[in-house]
Write a protein that binds this ligand. Structure first.
Ligand code: GUN
Length: 300
C-alpha cells in the first residue's frame, strides 16, 4: 500500500483562509478586531522563531498582534502583572505565554493566571477539566490540528482503535481526550508501556508525540492505518554536506508510508497546523467573548 500524504501545509493555509474570512466578518459586521498577545520570557532561539512566526501569521489573517518580550531574569510578580493587564484588556481575546519558561518561574502558576476564556493554548486547568468532561473549552492547538486532519481524512473516527504515543500535557493527554470525545477506542502509550510494538500494531490511528527521532518503524504499522507524526527532531545530515541537518519525525517515514493508508510528513504535516489552530482559537475566543456564533469547523 502506498500512503496518501496528508498535506498539513496546504490544510493549514485553508484553515488560515477560513480564519481570515471570520476576521473580516467580525470587523465589517461588528467593528471587532480579534487580538492575540504572545508573551516571551528569555531568549530561547527556538521560542523566538515560533513567536516571530506566530506574530507574522496573526497579522496576515487581519488580527491584532501584540508581543511582550521580557528578560530571562523577569520576576514572577512582573510576569503576573503583564498577564493580569492582558486579562483585563478588552482588545485582547487570546493570550499565549511561550513555553518553556526560565526555571525560576512556576509554569503551572503562570499558565493558571491566564483568564480561561483567553487561554488560546488550552493549558489552564479549567480548560483541561472542561475538555475532560466533554464540555466546551479552549482546545490545545497541536492536538486540535491533528483532530481536524483525522476528521477530514476519515469523516468519522467513531469506533476506530487509536493509540497515542506520548503523555505530555501539551499533546498526548489532550489528543487522547479529543479522540475519546469523538468515540474512538483510545490507548495512551508511553516510555513504560510493555510491548509497544503490539499495541501500535492493533491501531487504526497512530499519533506519535514522544520527541524521539524515527522511533516507530514501519513494521509496527497495521496495513492501511493512519499515521499522524507530531515529532519535529533535528538530526545531523552529513550526506547533505558538512554541518548540514535535517528534520525528522517520531516515525520512520519511508517504512511507515509503505504500510500506512495515510501519513503526515515532517516537515509539512502537523507543524503548520499548530499556528493555524492558534489563530482559529483566537477567533473562537473573540466570538465567545462577544456572545457571537462560533466559527464552524474551527473548534473541536
Ligand atoms: N512551546 C512549544 N509548544 C508550545 C505551545 O503549543 N504553546 C506554548 N505556549 N508554548 C509552546
Amino acid at each position: 500500500m502506498t500512503a496518501k500524504i496528508i498535506d498539513g501545509k496546504e490544510f493549514a493555509a485553508r484553515v488560515r483562509g477560513q480564519v481570515a474570512e471570520h476576521v473580516t466578518r467580525l470587523k465589517n459586521d461588528h467593528g471587532i478586531t480579534p487580538g492575540l498577545a504572545v508573551v516571551l520570557v528569555g531568549e530561547d532561539p527556538a521560542s523566538q522563531v515560533y513567536v516571530r512566526s506566530k506574530g507574522k501569521m496573526t497579522v496576515e489573517v487581519g488580527m491584532k498582534s501584540v508581543e511582550h518580550k521580557m528578560d530571562a531574569d523577569t520576576s514572577e510578580t512582573d510576569l503576573l502583572k503583564v498577564i493580569d493587564d492582558l486579562n483585563n484588556d478588552p482588545d485582547i481575546h487570546g493570550i499565549l505565554c511561550q513555553l518553556p519558561l526560565p526555571k525560576h518561574l512556576d509554569e503551572d502558576l503562570i499558565i493558571n493566571s491566564i483568564s480561561p476564556a483567553k487561554d488560546v493554548d488550552g493549558f489552564h486547568i479549567s480548560n483541561v477539566g472542561l475538555l475532560g468532561t466533554g464540555q466546551k473549552s479552549m482546545v490545545p492547538c497541536t492536538p486540535l490540528g491533528c483532530l481536524m486532519m483525522l476528521r477530514d481524512h476519515h469523516g468519522s473516527i467513531s469506533g476506530m482503535d487509536a493509540v497515542v504515543i506520548g503523555r505530555s500535557n501539551i499533546v498526548g493527554k489532550p489528543m487522547a481526550q479529543l479522540l475519546l470525545n469523538d468515540s474512538a477506542t483510545v490507548t495512551i502509550a508511553h516510555s513504560r508501556t510493555k510491548d509497544l510494538a503490539d499495541v501500535v500494531r492493533r491501531a487504526d490511528i497512530v499519533v506519535a508525540a514522544v520527541g524521539r527521532p524515527e522511533m516507530v518503524p514501519g513494521d509496527w504499522i497495521k496495513e492501511g492505518a493512519t499515521v499522524i507524526d507530531v515529532g519535529i527532531n533535528r538530526l545531523d545530515a552529513p550526506e547533505k554536506g558538512e554541518g548540514k541537518t535535517k528534520l525528522v519525525g517520531d516515525v520512520h517515514y519511508e517504512s511507515c508510508a509503505a504500510r500506512a493508508g495515510a501519513i503526515t510528513p515532517v516537515p509539512g504535516g502537523v507543524g503548520p497546523m499548530t499556528i493555524a489552530c492558534l489563530l482559529a482559537n483566537t477567533v473562537t475566543a473573540c466570538c465567545r467573548a462577544n456572545g457571537l456564533d462560533e466559527p464552524e469547523g474551527l473548534t473541536a
